[in-house]
Design a protein around this ligand. Structure first.
Ligand SMILES: NC(=O)c1ccc[n+]([C@@H]2O[C@H](COP(=O)([O-])OP(=O)(O)OC[C@H]3O[C@@H](n4cnc5c(N)ncnc54)[C@H](O)[C@@H]3O)[C@@H](O)[C@H]2O)c1
Length: 324
């Protein structure tokens, strides 16, 4: 396949590009490097430094080259930032994405795999796993933009203008086994990133944001999926897009780990304890977010390869050691 991939200089887009190239597909990346890093762009990918909403550049590209489908990763991704600047998130994740999609459709490119988020489910009332039909109640501006773009794509699909696969990611973590990519986000609030920074002496301590949630140990529970398994879910979705109707799939392992469990697992790997403190709850954090993953596994007879918290943490740590 020849794939047009937005956001390929970022964390998940670069891992997916690497896997697609490893499998023999061709990848053209469009990224404006607003939060990405050109070092993550695979050497064998064609890289275009552009905003997705630059109509001329995208149109010129699509006139020159024929793509089989789009993988749309580009976007702003920080929940806390979206609370401060909701308008930036609406502009980037919804308005610009619509402009991009409009140009693609005008040029006859109408198949898309979209990076959505478990954030669209919001705070589910019970401590149950969510499936693709669960109610959607996004609680912050970032998750609302994901929900809005999902609705836009599903409407286009109903009108038979496009075919889309929406992938709702849970907590993506870990790094490429060959250390070609990993998470580079600076001043990130990402739990595993912070733990790795403390483990490599780049940060002084881990802040556990709230230990008074109604969970087994009081800290929030999340479903962590290794980024390379998530990349593989994209390749499977792409390979099956022609055979399927537009669909939505959860991307997780269906297993929850609490923040304290994650810290403890890293302490076991390091065989020492890490500096940590209990901080305040973060606005919008929910106690429990775990995927029901039956749909993807059943439809594609898929089993993850890296379903181990220990492996996720080890690969993230190895990346943290080499990336300055
Ligand atoms: N990381 C997670 O745990 C997670 C969870 C759920 C959903 N997602 C979604 O997955 C996608 C990728 O996330 P990530 O963690 O790799 O983030 P990231 O910040 O590492 O990557 C996003 C990339 O998009 C690029 N970009 C942003 N706006 C752009 C624009 N207007 N034009 C061109 N390029 C632009 C950035 O430069 C960056 O390289 C996002 O859409 C995000 O919402 C991520």
């Amino acid at each position: 396949m020849n794939i047009l991939l937005t956001g390929g200089a970022g964390y998940i887009g670069s891992h997916t590009s690497l896997l697609l190239i490893d499998k023999g597909h061709e990848v053209t990346i469009v990224d404006n490097l607003i939060s990405g890093n050109s070092k993550l762009v695979p050497k064998k990918a064609n890289f275009i430094n552009s905003d997705i909403s630059d109509e001329k550049k995208i149109r010129d590209l699509l006139k020159k080259e024929k793509f089989d489908l789009i993988m749309h990763f580009a976007g702003l991704v920080k929940v806390e930032e979206s609370l401060l600047h909701p308008e930036r998130y609406k502009l980037n994740n919804v308005d610009k994405a619509k402009t991009f999609m409009k140009v693609c459709m005008e040029c006859g490119l109408n198949k898309i795999i979209f990076s959505s988020s478990a954030g669209v489910y919001g705070n589910t009332p019970s401590m149950e796993k969510v499936n693709e039909s669960s109610e959607l109640m996004p609680t912050n501006p970032y998750s609302k933009t994901k929900h809005e773009f999902e609705k836009y794509l599903l409407n286009l699909s109903k009108e038979k203008k496009i075919k889309c696969i929406i992938l709702r990611y849970f907590n993506v973590a870990g790094a490429d086994e060959k250390k070609r990519s990993g998470l580079v986000a600076k001043k990130s609030n990402n739990l595993i990133k912070s733990i790795c920074e403390v483990a490599t002496n780049k940060r002084s301590n881990i802040v556990i944001n709230g230990d008074d949630y109604d969970t087994q140990d009081g800290t929030p529970v999340r479903d962590f999926i290794h980024v390379t398994d998530l990349a593989e879910m994209h390749t499977i979705a792409a390979e099956n897009l022609n055979k399927k109707n537009s669909e939505i799939y959860n991307c997780g392992y269906g297993e929850g780990y609490s923040v304290k469990q994650v810290v403890l697992e890293m302490e076991k790997i390091l065989n020492r304890s890490l500096n940590k403190e209990i901080g305040r709850r973060r606005e919008g954090d929910i106690p429990y977010s775990v995927a029901d993953t039956t749909k993807f596994k059943k439809e594609f007879d898929w089993n993850p390869k890296y379903n181990s918290l220990n492996y996720i943490l080890k690969t993230a740590l190895e990346w943290e050691k080499i990336f300055e």
